[in-house]
Design a protein around this ligand. Structure first.
Ligand SMILES: [Zn+2]
Length: 273
């Protein structure tokens, strides 16, 4: 075991305290970590931030690495990633709903290094990614966490109509075939080389979409989605207030100035060369 408080010079912080709650930058801490797992973590983060348009972040918050409990954490061989802070952007994993492109871009590259990645849709992982190396990197149709990721990118990155339920079935396999063809990747997805190529291209496309989608209209549709995900008691009130803002004549005129750019085809072209 080694003790670290940074990875590649990026400080590791802890933000699950009363005075440093979840979602803040927290405070720097020491974490015990198994050495080979640290090598994988370094390689993974290096690749993530090489591709991420925001570059190297200032802080990463983690809920823990070595934790005295059964499983990979008990051996210092798992990492819980809560949030990433750049100078003027933040990805708090609990904000998946309005940070989908950035979130899925990062997750695509994490998956090239960790056989296990548990995300927002996996039970009990709304507020962090859990990553570990207890299984090899590949795609297994029976894996709920891998199928959830797959369905999420098919839906939100490739804009396919698909149910996100973590179950591989006829719909998912059909859409995979179609998208792989579009990306010029061989099937089946269960062949490691094909899957890794898919992860790589998807990561690049997601980051590109993130960069291009920062238009007022896209941000507004993010806001609408956040409202629709609120608890029922508050939803109606917020929705009504938002709608009266949107229905105002001047707001409508202003919003009409913005085009929602949807050049997914061009982005795919760029990513597969
Ligand atoms: Zn964990």
């Amino acid at each position: 075991m080694k003790t670290i408080n940074q990875v590649h010079g990026i400080p590791l912080h802890y933000a699950r305290l009363t005075n440093h709650p979840y979602g803040t930058r927290g405070e720097q801490r020491n974490f015990a970590i198994e050495e080979r797992f640290l090598d994988t973590l370094k390689e993974a983060l290096q690749e993530v931030f090489e591709h991420c348009p925001l570059g190297i972040p200032e802080v990463i918050t983690t809920a823990g690495i070595f934790v005295d409990k059964p499983g990979q954490h008990g051996h210092g061989k798992a990492f819980d990633l809560d949030a990433i802070f750049w100078s003027d952007e933040t990805l708090v994993t609990a904000n998946f709903i309005h940070k989908k492109e950035l979130y899925l871009g990062i997750e695509s590259f994490l998956r090239k290094h960790f056989g296990i990645v548990l995300n927002y849709y996996y039970p009990n992982h709304k507020d962090h990614w859990h990553v570990d190396t207890s299984v090899p990197v590949d795609y297994n149709e029976k894996s709920k966490s891998e199928t959830l990721y797959l369905q999420l990118v098919l839906k939100h990155i490739y804009k396919e109509e698909i149910l996100v339920d973590g179950v591989w079935g006829r719909q998912t396999s059909g859409v995979v075939k179609e998208v792989f063809e579009r990306l010029e990747i061989d099937t089946p997805i269960t062949t490691k080389a094909n899957y890794v190529k898919f992860l790589d291209i998807t990561g690049k496309i997601a980051f590109k979409l993130y960069e291009e989608n920062i238009s007022p209209k896209h941000l507004l549709s993010n806001l609408t989605e956040v409202v629709e995900n609120l608890p029922q008691q508050s939803r109606a009130t917020v929705r009504e207030a938002l709608n009266s803002f949107l229905d105002h004549e001047e707001t409508a005129t202003w919003l009409n100035n913005f085009e929602e750019a949807h050049n997914l085809d061009a982005i795919i072209e760029d990513a597969i060369v």
